[in-house]
Design a protein around this ligand. Structure first.
Ligand SMILES: [Zn+2]
Length: 222
């Protein structure tokens, strides 16, 4: 989550419709260029929010979802971003993600609507971590562990398997829960996080402990 550069987002151009439109449940607004996309984003987000609430991440405040063509980042172009200062998620919506995703990344095999749902699950999780951690600043590595583990947990198992096949991991390792591994090999980080999340005694209970600060993967804050 590019939280540290949130101020830069003030400068970012935001395409989409002029006015965000409320989704049926009233807790989300979507700013997208077509009714069809707006409808599918509402439906995806509402499904995901229900599942995230079941994992100790209930929605506390409205969230705005915005369709964009690019998300600028100092190091690379991102596919999506959560801007904590605005409770806003920006999603890159394209027919072809070839310019933004490496050729060997399993994301390249995802149809656009599956990739958009995947990106939305990841960024909604970041949003709900912020909404459920009170005034506490959750370390970046804990944020990414939760967002990546739940991204795979909420994914259709067939698509998840493509990421697991790509990562080729037999078992999870705490040592791979490392922000540099995430930056260099994000799908491998995600596969490891999900395998770790699925172990006995982890799961949603571990997410609760990470949210409260009882435990952390940040070596600086044991
Ligand atoms: Zn993230």
């Amino acid at each position: 989550m590019p939280k540290l550069i949130a101020t830069l987002f003030l400068l970012a151009a935001v395409p989409g419709s002029a006015q965000p439109v409320a989704c049926p449940t009233g807790t989300l607004t979507v700013d997208a260029g077509s009714d069809a996309l707006r409808g599918s984003l509402c439906q995806s987000a509402e499904t995901l929010l229900a599942r995230l609430a079941d994992c100790g991440l209930p929605q506390q405040r409205p969230i705005n979802i915005v369709e964009v063509d690019t998300v600028a980042h100092p190091f690379a172009d991102c596919l999506a971003a959560y801007d904590c200062a605005f409770d806003r998620i920006r999603l890159v919506v394209r027919d072809d993600y070839g310019d933004l995703v490496a050729a060997d990344d399993p994301y390249m095999s995802f149809p656009p609507e599956v990739l958009i749902h995947t990106l939305l699950s990841h960024e909604l999780t970041h949003a709900l971590i912020e909404q459920n951690s009170a005034d506490r600043e959750v370390p970046l590595i804990d944020h990414e562990y939760i967002a990546n583990a739940l991204e795979l947990e909420l994914m259709d198992p067939a698509w998840r398997q493509t990421i697991l096949d790509h990562a080729m991991l037999d078992r999870p390792s705490d040592s791979r829960i490392d922000i540099w591994i995430y930056r260099m090999s994000p799908r491998r980080f995600a596969a490891n996080a999900w395998l770790h999340f699925r172990q006995a005694d982890n799961g949603c209970a571990l997410i609760g402990r990470l949210l409260s600060g009882e435990v952390s993967f940040d070596a600086a804050k044991p």
